[in-house]
Ligand binder design. Structure first.
Ligand code: FES
Length: 167
């Protein structure tokens, strides 16, 4: 990693003063959309917390990711009602169009595709969610149009990865 963003260090030091490992990791996750390994090492050093503890917290909470995530998350409901109404076909279509499987992130870092359990709106199944926006009664035809629209709204991530230089 090439350079250490000042904001990241300031954030770690600020949170370190408060002794909050979770807050430091939240800041890094918000900035990079994942927790780069070098950033976790830096947090460990700056907060004086064993690296194993940093990893323990980072892997405990679902909100943290150890791999790069997309700018936006597409969640396909894999609950029973959506499953019987064709969620698998919707997921397959998204996987083939985006070129990633469930749990993966597109190469341009625009989207992370994942499956989720019942979203509580089964009557609208199959349902998918783009960040907080639900789309119901999906069909493979409808999902193609929906995805084209989503792609127009989300710019690719130009910076390919976190750039953190350890001191
Ligand atoms: S099973 Fe998909 S919303 Fe309930």
């Amino acid at each position: 990693m090439d350079s250490e963003p000042r904001e990241l260090v300031e954030s770690i030091e600020r949170n370190g003063a408060n002794g909050s490992l979770v807050s430091a990791l939240e800041d890094i996750q918000a900035q990079y959309r994942y927790l780069p390994r070098d950033a976790m090492i830096l947090v460990s050093e700056r907060l004086g917390v064993p690296l194993s503890q940093v990893y323990s917290v980072a892997t405990f909470y679902h909100a943290f990711s150890l791999v790069p995530r997309g700018k936006q998350t597409i969640s396909v409901c894999a609950g029973t009602a959506c499953h019987v109404r064709g969620a698998v076909q919707i997921l397959n279509r998204l996987e083939s169009t985006l070129g990633v499987g469930a749990g993966g992130t597109t190469r341009d870092r625009r989207f992370t595709l994942e499956t989720v359990n019942c979203l509580g709106c089964c009557a609208l199944g199959p349902v998918l969610v783009l960040d907080d926006e639900n789309e119901g009664q999906m069909t493979t035809t409808k999902v193609d149009k929906w995805l084209k629209r989503a792609m127009r709204q989300v710019e690719p991530v130009l910076r390919p990865s976190c750039a953190v230089r350890r001191p």
